[in-house]
Write a protein that binds this ligand. Structure first.
Ligand SMILES: [Zn+2]
Length: 123
């Protein structure tokens, strides 16, 4: 990273510029992911819990979507669900790149999906 006042090259965790003394704002930059639940539903249906980096961040009902703010960088995403058939799915995408799309096929019972790594990108 570089000082945005004098351009000096700095360590990524620098709090002040070593050349001009300017305070460096290196709070994590934020982005977001939209989790959207779509598909035909029948049978027993419960909200799907979404986990990011091991923490539950959302619970999504049928045809709902939730935008979750996340810091820029890689995150591990998984789902717990209980639903009726294989035609249902969730996909999520970054608001920066709507082409990133991951579909999760659902089955019966309470299952934890394979964790996926998703990269939240800067705008
Ligand atoms: Zn500087």
């Amino acid at each position: 990273m570089f000082c945005n006042k004098c351009g000096e090259k700095l360590a990524d965790d620098a709090k002040f510029c070593t050349k001009c003394g300017t305070k460096i704002n290196n709070e994590p930059k934020m982005g977001s992911i939209v989790f959207r639940r779509i598909g035909q539903l029948y049978g027993a249906v419960a909200p799907i819990n979404v986990f990011v980096d091991g923490m539950q961040v959302a619970s999504i009902g049928t045809n709902q979507e939730v935008r979750v703010p996340l810091s820029i960088g890689a995150h591990q995403v998984s789902f717990n669900y209980w639903c009726g058939n294989n035609n249902q799915n969730i996909f999520y995408l970054t608001n920066q790149n709507p082409n990133i799309r991951i579909t999760v096929k659902l089955g019966y019972g309470v299952i934890t999906s394979d964790p996926k790594i998703v990269n939240v990108e800067n705008i």
